[in-house]
Design a protein around this ligand. Structure first.
Ligand code: PBG
Ligand code: ZN
Length: 335
């Protein structure tokens, strides 16, 4: 085709771009997608009963930390410009009722209070609302006759969400995948004067093989069965979109898709289908795969992290939860 010939794009005639000079400064000017530390959420694992940070075996570079290290940990990231944290708790005590998930002095509740006392409104806290770290059997809900009992689980999840709200969290993120969990938690929060606490719906949580390192880290591998009955088959995007629309109706403030990289199509479709902010959770397996290859020297870690994470944003994610957050923040700060 001739360089000056008119071309059509979306029905509009376009003059074809000539090939531009590409100095680094021109490349910067023309860059379409820009990652910012402000897009990023850093997951934090706080564990009861340990004294020193412990590296997670399947996630080199990521630590389970004691509550006393949390301020230092958050401060380090805050100094790099990271302001949002997703808190996971690993309790000492597990039982079939998941009672340590909603204790006033539970590990998440205490951690939220500590962070809020030290940082106030300078940072945003999201807490994961699920039972799998707290149940002796490792499932996300209350089990009756070997299956998750939806209504019993909702009651407990409401209590967990309320206890996090009381501790001062900004958002609760219910991840148990019980039917009606967003609606039920919204109602519980509203009735207890927590109208201003937001909900991030783990709306499309695919039944993925990429959660293994997380389950190892948080001691939440199911003792029997699996989570396929309450997580979405990864082959079904329409069903996932339907689930998302239900969460929007139930009152979610932010929609989450998880994992991220294998589901860029779903992130894209979701971004086109809702006006709510879309959050993508790049999960533990996505981290470990890159980390393992990098440790072997098979890929350039920093380049791959930036390419993968940028692709998640390019697909339409407004907010990205990533275990690479610290590294990305360091890279962006040096840019
Ligand atoms: C708990 C929960 C899981 C993750 C986040 N919340 C595990 C699971 O569903 O098995 C996975 C996060 C990750 O892999 O990084 N419901
Ligand atoms: Zn769970």
């Amino acid at each position: 085709m001739n360089q000056n010939e008119d071309n059509e794009f979306n029905g509009f005639p376009q003059v074809r771009l000539r090939r531009l000079r590409r100095t680094p400064a021109i490349r910067d000017l023309l860059q379409e997608t820009r990652l910012s530390v402000k897009d990023l959420v850093c997951p934090v694992f706080v564990q009861e009963g340990i004294n020193e940070p412990k590296e997670i075996e399947l996630m080199p570079g990521i630590f389970r930390i004691p509550q006393k290290s949390i301020v230092k940990n958050v401060q380090e990231l805050y100094d790099l410009g990271v302001k949002t944290f997703l808190i996971f708790g690993i309790p000492k005590l597990k039982n079939d009722r998941a009672t340590s998930a909603y204790r006033k002095d539970g590990i998440v509740q205490e951690s939220v209070k500590t962070i809020k006392n030290n940082f106030g409104e300078k940072i945003v806290i999201i807490t994961d609302v699920c039972l799998c770290q707290y149940t002796s059997h490792g499932h996300c809900g209350i089990i009756k006759n070997n299956v998750a009992d939806n209504d019993e689980s909702l009651k407990v999840l409401d209590r967990v969400a309320l206890s996090h709200a009381e501790a001062g969290t900004d958002f609760v993120a219910p991840s148990a995948m019980m039917d009606g969990q967003v609606k039920s938690i919204r109602k519980a929060l509203d009735h207890n004067s927590f109208k201003n606490v937001g909900i991030i719906g783990y709306s499309a949580k695919l039944s993925s093989n990429l959660y293994t390192p997380f389950r190892d880290a948080s001691h939440s591998t199911p003792e029997f069965g699996d989570r396929k009955s309450y997580q979405m088959p990864f082959q079904n995007t329409n069903e996932a979109l339907h689930e998302i629309m239900m969460d929007v109706k139930e009152g979610a403030d932010i929609i989450m898709i998880k994992p991220a990289l294998p589901y860029l199509d779903l992130i894209y479709k979701t971004r086109q289908s809702t006006l709510l902010p879309v959050c993508a959770y790049s999960v533990s397996g996505e981290y470990s795969i890159v980390k393992a290859a990098a440790l072997e020297g098979w890929v350039n870690e920093e380049e791959v992290i930036m390419e993968f994470t940028t692709s998640i944003k390019r697909a339409g994610a407004d907010i990205i939860i990533s275990y690479h957050t610290k590294k990305i923040a360091e890279i962006l700060n040096n840019d």
